[in-house]
Ligand binder design. Sequence first.
Ligand SMILES: Cc1cc2nc3c(=O)[nH]c(=O)nc-3n(C[C@H](O)[C@H](O)[C@H](O)COP(=O)(O)OP(=O)(O)OC[C@H]3O[C@@H](n4cnc5c(N)ncnc54)[C@H](O)[C@@H]3O)c2cc1C
Length: 403
Amino acid sequence: MNIESILIVGGGLAGFTVAQNLRSRGYAGRLDIIDPAGTPYDRPPLSKGYLLGDKDAAGIELAPASWFAEHQVGLVAATVDALDLEPLGVELSDGRKLRADRLVLATGGSARPLPIPGGDLDSVLVLRNREDADRLRSKIVPGMRLAIVGAGLIGAEVASSARQLGAEVTLVDPVDPPLVPAVGPELARRLHAMHADAGITVIHGSPVGIARTQAGHRLELADGQVVESDEVLVGIGIIPNTELAQAAGLETDNGVLVDANQRTSHPGVYAVGDMARTRRPNGTLLRRGEHWEYAMNTGATAAAAILEQELPVHGASWFWSDRHGTHVEGVGAMNGEGTTILRISAGEPVAAFRIAGDGRMLGAAAIDGGLTIKAARRIIDRGIVVKASALADPDMPLKKLAR
Ligand SMILES: Cc1cc2nc3c(=O)[nH]c(=O)nc-3n(C[C@H](O)[C@H](O)[C@H](O)COP(=O)(O)OP(=O)(O)OC[C@H]3O[C@@H](n4cnc5c(N)ncnc54)[C@H](O)[C@@H]3O)c2cc1C
């Protein structure tokens, strides 16, 4: 079938990347992105530069308005209320119905609510979109007390930014240290220790209730500790936005299920980014990626698949995070079966490499080691076997080992 129209539901990074790749791959038909947020913007700065005020709304847009005009990508500022599968199309909240030859779902995720009494209070802050960031930013003034539940990626980044803005921050997490699956225990411990060094109160504990008080909020922990604060922010992960797909009868399981083409259980509907979950031909369900590059990669794959072109090859998964002036990167899997080799410099772990029994590298993580991770990625993708002593040597540039 000749494809003459494509509708993308959700204009975050994944949806935008689909549009960008469709055009760069030569698709000349009708192409629209539907998102109430309007012009697509990037989310990582929301907990970093945008929250700090270093970037404004225009500074985080994924492309200027002129790009959409030039590439004839329509931006429909509306919410999709329902998907139609026969014939393919969407129903918008304003009552309009739009038809297309292909649909791409890119609705991302919503902040996971804290399942405790008070976790659903309107005053409890989350950080998923620009409005959330604006609301959070408006509350942060020097000396205000911010309690953050969840010290993973977003909680830790907000703690760091809020501290820079002069807030008195308390960071609560039931896991000590957080992030072990992503960076391994040694780097996780070092990263977590940075919070206390920055003047943040770090509490290891499980929240059991949030209540409003005259002064703000009261967070109760299972061991009886109480954190009094002006505001509470919860950053404990996301729930994929699968409601539309589910209501339409597409297969879902903690994500909209897709094959290697990002195709859902309906041949004309694709899903990408945070909300998509790959099911292998043997039925194995992969972990959903919830990172920036995964959104880009899945978007690029969907565009190629829709146009029946060769699929791009993506290497090991990669993410980054910034906090307290340090840059963290991870590639591959740090929690696979194997052993860890540490690289230590000036008495501190700076990188960790996860090595399988056959000597292949499964994953790597580094603090302020972008080049190390770039080389590690090459080593992982090419299955290069590297000597443990060389990996542990902080004076050995990993690039030399990646050849
Ligand atoms: C604060 C923050 C910081 C982050 N920092 C990092 C980082 O440092 N490194 C990293 O690797 N990753 C980071 N991430 C993760 C990364 O940004 C996400 O993985 C990526 O944005 C996912 O893109 P997406 O397009 O799948 O979803 P989203 O970016 O969530 O976009 C989904 C879009 O769908 C729209 N939508 C939802 N429902 C509907 C509907 N019914 N109708 C129409 N539109 C709809 C929404 O409005 C939204 O614009 C961060 C995320 C956040 C929130």
